[in-house]
Design a protein. Structure first.
Length: 201
């Protein structure tokens, strides 16, 4: 019995070593699909302009596409990025992080969606508010190493690193310089609506 137990333990250890070597030799590859569901609703209009609210929700699908069976925990980081109309700066609307593992039961696929974001803007004599710009999706392993990334815009490695450091509600320019925080994002919009939709005489 001792010999059998020892043999089984030895086989189990050897199996773990083989699996680890296989994951190192045949690295994980994933297919990433991100879509943004967008709709716009006019909430006021006049001779001076109009006010709208854009509703945005991001949906993410990550599927294992190659390599050996992968059982380690992974993390998906979704950065939802908008643009301020009145400054031209970009802002990180939200950061969504989800931990997951690939399983046969789920067809080696992981899916999730963000909350619905309402982004207001005015146009006409006063342009205030924001609009959805793009997303950044980063998949990392348990050691924090990046497996893959996907974005609706061309973002280089430096840009990805900067965005990951910034966090939610951060304002930054096109060169990646942090210029501040998005403070009370709805206040300026609400104050601008009466002026933008003023009917005149």
């Amino acid at each position: 019995m001792k010999g059998l137990t020892k043999g089984l333990l030895g086989a189990a250890v050897m199996g773990c070593v083989v699996a680890a070597n296989a994951q190192a030799t045949f690295p994980l590859r994933v297919d990433i699909d991100v879509s943004a569901k967008r709709s716009s609703k006019q909430i006021g209009a006049g001779t001076s302009g109009e006010a709208k609210v854009e509703n945005v929700q991001c949906r993410v699908k990550i599927r294992k596409s190659g390599g050996q069976p992968y059982t380690d925990q992974l993390t998906a980081e979704l950065y939802v990025i908008g643009k301020q109309i009145h400054t031209g700066y970009f802002g990180i609307i939200d950061v969504v992080k989800k931990e997951f593992t690939f399983t046969k039961e789920d067809d080696n696929t992981f899916e999730f969606k963000s909350q619905m974001y309402a982004i207001g803007r005015t146009s006409g004599n006063i342009n205030v508010g924001g609009t959805y710009e793009t997303y950044l999706l980063v998949v990392i392993d348990k050691d924090g190493e990046i497996i893959d990334t996907r974005s609706g815009r061309s973002i280089g490695e430096k840009g990805i690193a900067l965005i990951r450091e910034m966090g939610p509600m951060t304002l930054f320019d096109r060169d990646g310089n942090v210029v501040g925080k998005v403070e009370n994002p709805g206040q300026a919009f609400r104050q601008a609506v009466p002026s933008a939709t003023f009917q005149g005489d």
